[in-house]
Design a protein around this ligand. Sequence first.
Ligand code: MTE
Ligand code: MO
Length: 202
Amino acid sequence: MTIQSSSENVIIDQGSRTERLPVNQIATDKLPIMTYGSVPQIPQDWWRLEVFGSVEFELEISWDQFLTQPRVAVKTDFHCVTQWSSMNHTWEGVLAKELLQKAAPIVYAKYVMVSCYGGYTTSMSASDLFKANVLFADHHNDMVLPPEHGGPVRLIVPHLYGWKSAKWVKSIEFTECQYPGFWEKRGYHMRGDPWSEERLAL
Ligand SMILES: Nc1nc2c(c(=O)[nH]1)N[C@H]1C(S)=C(S)[C@@H](COP(=O)(O)O)O[C@H]1N2
Ligand SMILES: [Mo]
């Protein structure tokens, strides 16, 4: 359920089902660092977000341009497929839908491949990326997002397992089919809905 609160730019999202904690998850207040490989150090003035593929307009968004976008805060929980759910986070940044619609994806662009500085990738449907709770975050709990949690900018996709919330995001490629990213190639589910326990593609 996604509730738009009275303060216009705060979105509260505590789960897509009646249960806030998905099945077979254990709640924690900590946010463990889960990174495959090392932490890339990306200076803000060096960071770019590229948008390409099946779009009308390719974009290359600089840090300064990112900062001029309308901002939102999303209050939500974070569910890792390794069975921890980290509760009560506030992520602040720019809605993915808001930023990416400027690229005008073509109607057949039903999926995206998200690529990161450091080489990590993950894919999802454009409709999951364009949900009202999905953002490019540069702040976490009122602090600048630290490098180990994906700073300067990471994706937060609260309604899917954590591996879709790509850290150090570098590019979004719109595609007509869904190609597997890093964990999807290694057997993880193509969608990854925690409330349906879409952990592995069996
Ligand atoms: N670039 C990149 N993004 C990533 C990962 C990664 O290894 N590299 N791990 C994913 C996984 S499995 C999870 S659970 C979350 C963890 O985010 P955190 O380290 O900020 O808690 O980041 C996701 N995004
Ligand atoms: Mo994860």
